[in-house]
Design a protein around this ligand. Structure first.
Ligand code: KE4
Length: 428
């Protein structure tokens, strides 16, 4: 069965007249995989439906938020009931307290939390806070990690920058990027070298504890623990960017799953149940420097917005109250992993499958994919071909080898069997 994309093609032509690249976020543009981005109309559970009426099994899940599937009833109901009371108040509300208390009850090491409206805002605020708290300017990020599009992060970043091979971003000044230090993921020695060269000048180390923006890449045993030890020794703030892993790998995210404590944690995606929500939180001693308590200024018109809060609260409460959800996510992802492994090992192409919890990615590489350079040296042209075969057969994978796939509880074993069966046909 191959799909007809006529309506998507028409919409894409029209969109490009008014929106740069025809999309409101570059990764959606199919630029690296080629072809016309599919314009979606609606989604329910594990399925998305495009403007031509084609149906897809969804492994993007809005890049993470749709962990319980699309249009999850309790979230839809909560939003519908709340919206009549105004879509924004711009004043403190009890619901924001309840949201903060719920996050604190789920996330380890979070004494205080500030709501924002995106993962980018969460990460840029966390870096500003770490700088304000330590009085230091520099920070370390890892090649291939993506922390949103704030200037200081657009140095050797992952996600769309890796996809489009954007090494330096016009508009990001040398003055900003000079304080951004980078090291390869999983390379503790490189971090030690940077700390030595910049003695006493590093405010923070920010990391995706499980990387999801160069495909899914796991921390090597001891890597995160090593970063923790360096930060303790050097009084550097360790920031876990859990925009992807937060509330996904476990109720307590990567801190709980991997048993390593951060000083500050950033959240996004799942935390908003699909509405624009981000957050950053951590130890009281650090968070108390945030305005209006302290002088590290951070603000947002729609921060703590009632519709976003009720969506996020309903989502997080569901995840907290039913721990079997994480078992289900892990089992479904393991089932997908096993199926893909069975078909790929009969193919005559090298591959690795990286997986943790409900994050998974396939890399056509003969060597382990442990950092950006190994992800970049995989056969990503083959991935692009694989992507289109899957798409035409109704399986919607992230349109880039530099993205992780996300599994939702809404996926059935039949959906996974179909995914594996089509993969098998491609590799026969
Ligand atoms: P947002 O500003 O897009 O909400 O979050 C930025 C961000 C921060 N940290 C991590 C670990 C992230 O993965 C992201 C955003 N992820 C991308 C997908 N790789 C969002 C998709 C997009 O850019 O459209």
């Amino acid at each position: 069965m191959t799909y007809d994309y006529k309506k998507s093609q028409q919409l894409f032509e029209r969109a490009q007249k008014s929106i740069p690249g025809g999309v409101n976020s570059p990764v959606r543009a199919f630029k690296s995989v080629g072809g016309t981005p599919v314009f979606m109309e609606r989604a329910k559970g594990a399925y998305m439906y495009d403007a031509d009426g084609n149906k897809y099994i969804d492994y993007i899940n809005s890049w993470g938020p749709m962990i319980l599937g699309h249009a999850y009833e309790p979230v839809v109901k909560a939003i519908t009931e709340k919206v009549a009371g105004s879509t924004s108040l711009g004043a403190p509300t009890e619901l924001e307290i309840e949201m903060a208390e719920l996050i604190k009850s789920m996330a380890p090491n979070v004494d205080m939390v500030r709501m924002v409206s995106s993962g980018t805002e969460a990460c840029m605020s966390a870096i500003r806070l770490a700088r304000g708290y330590t009085g230091r300017n520099k920070f370390i990020k890892f090649e291939g990690c993506y922390h949103g599009h704030a200037d200081a992060f657009l140095v050797k970043a992952g996600s769309g920058l890796a996809t489009f091979n954007i090494q330096t971003v016009p508009g990001v000044t040398a003055g900003v990027s000079m304080d951004t230090l980078t090291a390869p993921y999983n390379d503790l020695h490189a971090v030690e070298e940077l700390v030595k060269e910049n003695n006493g000048a590093i405010a923070a180390i920010i990391i995706e504890p499980v990387a999801g923006n160069m495909g899914c890449i796991l921390p090597a045993p001891g890597f995160l623990e090593g970063l923790r030890a360096i930060c303790d020794r050097e009084k550097i703030v360790l920031i876990f960017d859990e925009v992807m892993t937060g509330f996904r790998l476990a109720a307590g995210g990567a801190q709980e799953r991997l048993k390593v404590n951060a000083d500050l944690v950033t959240y996004g995606k799942v935390i908003g149940g699909g509405m624009p929500v981000g957050a950053f939180g951590g130890k009281q001693e650090i968070m108390q420097h945030i305005a209006p308590l302290g002088n590290v200024y951070q603000a947002g018109t729609l921060s703590g917005n009632p519709i976003a809060m009720i969506a996020g609260y309903t989502m997080l409460k569901t995840l907290k109250d039913d721990p079997s959800i994480y078992k289900d996510l892990d089992e479904k992802t393991a089932y997908l992993h096993k199926g893909l492994d069975e078909v790929l090992k009969t193919a005559n192409t090298p591959y690795v499958i990286n997986k943790l919890g409900s994050m998974i990615s396939v890399h056509f590489s003969e060597k382990p994919v442990i950092d950006f350079s190994s992800a970049a040296s995989a056969n990503n042209t083959l991935f692009n071909q694989f992507f289109h075969v899957m798409l035409k057969e109704g399986v919607y994978l992230p349109p880039s080898a530099y993205e992780t796939w996300f599994v939702s509880t809404a996926l059935s074993k039949e959906d996974i069997d179909k995914t594996v069966e089509i993969s098998g046909r491609f590799f026969k």
